[in-house]
Design a protein around this ligand. Structure first.
Ligand code: ITT
Length: 199
């Protein structure tokens, strides 16, 4: 069976290939880039789960293949959960990871260490062409650094220090990050659902 990965975010694609390969799924993963004619869906949902389902349904409908999607972001305690679903466009330019991170750091410059709690959240959705849908979520709790450290990963990884660790997500190896990450947790929870529905 072919399964479409409904994302164009290169950082996510790398991680999803590793996470799903480790799960031993007997599926051929097809990137959304294989369907350049399909326009990106508007992310009009107000939750990670709603947006993940929107993306998965759009690709499943347009391709006639089962599709999985990821909607994710960084939720900062002192900002009442922002940037949240707006994480990819926090600075105004969609997908400018460096600008997004720098704006957030500037907004938090006066916030002391004990108030810098945050978490990554990920909703992993599966949609079938017949409209069947499932969605599960995962989180990674941590604290935000004052300066970026590390070059692995993507997005806000250089400033999120996972609870119980002394380094940022961008200093973890890909394997170490996937083992504890919001995305790893969400997609590992989705695997039995994929197996059940796609055999
Ligand atoms: P697709 O919709 O094509 O999947 P996107 O980048 O628009 O790609 P989102 O709307 O879900 O995806 O935005 C996710 C943003 O949240 C991403 O741009 C990062 O800034 C941040 N993010 C999500 N997961 C992250 C992770 O594991 N490490 C660091 N930042 C992450």
């Amino acid at each position: 069976t072919r399964l479409v990965l409904a994302t164009r975010n290169a950082g996510k694609i790398t991680e999803l290939h590793a996470i799903l390969a480790d799960a031993g799924l007997d599926l051929e993963l097809v990137g959304a880039d294989a369907f350049p004619e399909i326009p990106d869906v508007k992310e009009t949902g107000v939750t990670f789960a709603e947006n993940a389902l929107l993306k998965a349904h759009a690709l499943a409908q347009a391709t006639g293949l089962p599709a999985v999607a990821d909607d994710s972001g960084l939720c900062v305690d002192v900002l009442n959960g922002a940037p949240g679903i707006f994480s990819a466009r926090w600075s105004g330019t969609h997908g400018d990871d460096r600008a997004n991170l720098n704006l957030l750091l500037a907004q938090l410059s006066d916030i002391a260490d004990e108030h810098r709690g945050a978490h990554f959240a990920c909703a992993a959705a599966l949609a079938l062409p017949d409209g069947t849908e499932r969605v599960v979520e995962g989180r990674l709790e941590g604290t935000l650094r004052h300066t970026p450290t590390g070059t692995n990963g993507f997005g806000y990884d250089p400033i999120l220090q996972p609870a119980g660790h002394e380094v940022t997500c961008a200093e973890l190896t890909p394997q170490q990050k996937n083992a504890i990450s919001h995305r790893g947790k969400a997609f590992r929870a989705l695997v039995p659902v994929v197996k059940e529905l796609l055999g």
